[in-house]
Design a binder for this molecule. Structure first.
Ligand SMILES: NC(=O)c1ccc[n+]([C@@H]2O[C@H](COP(=O)([O-])OP(=O)(O)OC[C@H]3O[C@@H](n4cnc5c(N)ncnc54)[C@H](OP(=O)(O)O)[C@@H]3O)[C@@H](O)[C@H]2O)c1
Length: 316
């Protein structure tokens, strides 16, 4: 557990809250720590400090840290493995959020939680809205939906951000997997009949920071106005195949990577343990209307992550 304290300007009390970040070693957790570095006290916690599968540990941690804001970036995210580890996925994705919501309500803290496009079955032809009925195809999606519902059923003030296809400069993600596979193979077959909005951990953290700052400053009014569920993704949409093309258009000739020959395939020809939605695109209209926040296009967000990787490889 790291506890980094900086002194914000005394004139702005909304900038002095204690922030607890869970999942600090994950893709999003890392970026949240950077984005929220200007807040008063950040307590960033990884799996070694708390096992969220253990409700007692989770409860004890929140009581000890006594946060004003909980940013829960931790989750069981191994989508295929969840099919055979249902109990563990449920404990981390459904029961832990319930405990966090209870503790947040107890101390009037704000709970910020993240969920997924995988709560939907992908059958809709248009972008999914918050009013559409979820129907998860996978254990992962079902456990994440149960986590959402536990928070919604609590008395906590909360923000649930459903996002999709998360990646960034660190961690386990499609971009870094593509770069690794391109170093090993000349040809790659990529699914072309699932579409979504690739969304960077960097943009999620930025948008979360903007919204939490506004909420704490009272800019969005009373909790009954802003507390709720929102879709939050980069703008636009693409298939996994199109995303891979965009990655190699930018990365070829760098990072030890030459563009491989890409072949579009159907999902049925790439069997996985967990089924995934055909259409994962989420409408961000509610987020934009309530908070005036709009994430950039997935293409410009990708440019930024490639620039991060270039800076990193240049400094190695
Ligand atoms: N990745 C995506 O494509 C995607 C898409 C839609 C929504 N989301 C949601 O976005 C949020 C952030 O995802 P992400 O991509 O940043 O995930 P991530 O990189 O997999 O990070 C999740 C973090 O949770 C930690 N964690 C797992 N089990 C834990 C436990 N029992 N106790 C404590 N910590 C535990 C992990 O620790 P270890 O590092 O030790 O494993 C990891 O650091 C999650 O809510 C996820 O469901 C992700």
């Amino acid at each position: 557990m790291t506890d980094s304290t900086t002194q914000p300007p005394a004139s702005d009390p909304s900038r002095n809250p204690r922030i607890l970040i869970l999942g600090s070693a994950g893709q999003l957790g890392r970026e949240l720590q950077k984005s929220f570095a200007d807040f008063g006290t950040i307590v960033a916690v990884d799996r070694e400090s708390v096992d969220l599968a253990d409700p007692d540990q989770t409860r004890e941690l929140v009581r000890r840290v006594a946060p004003d804001v909980i940013l829960n970036a931790a989750a069981y995210t191994a989508v295929d493995r969840a099919e055979s580890e249902m109990a563990l996925a449920h404990a981390i994705n459904a029961l832990a959020p319930r405990v966090l919501a209870e503790e947040a309500a107890e101390r009037n803290a704000l709970l910020v939680h993240y969920s997924t496009d995988y709560v939907f079955d992908g059958s809709k032809q248009k972008p999914w809205t918050e009013d559409d009925a979820p129907a998860p195809l996978s254990v992962y999606g079902a456990t994440k939906l149960a986590g959402e519902q536990a928070i919604q059923d609590s008395r906590a003030r909360y923000l649930i951000f459903r996002t999709s296809w998360v990646y960034g400069p660190h961690g386990n993600n499609f971009l870094l997997t593509m770069l690794r596979l391109a170093r090993e193979r000349d040809r790659l077959s990529i699914v072309d009949d699932q579409i979504g909005a690739p969304t960077t951990s960097i943009e999620l953290a930025r948008a979360t920071h903007a919204i939490v700052t506004g909420v704490l400053a009272g800019s969005f009014g009373a909790p009954q106005i802003w507390s709720g569920l929102y879709h939050m993704t980069c703008a636009g949409s693409v298939s996994w195949f199109g995303f891979a093309q965009a990655i190699f258009a930018r990365a070829s000739g760098q990072f030890g990577v030459n563009a491989p020959e890409l072949t579009p395939i159907e999902a049925k020809d790439y069997p996985t343990a967990a089924a995934r939605p055909r259409n994962s695109v989420l409408s961000n209209a509610k987020l934009n209307a309530r908070f005036g926040v709009q994430l950039p296009s997935w293409q410009s967000a990708l440019d930024e992550v490639i620039a991060h990787l270039q800076a990193r490889s240049g400094s190695e």
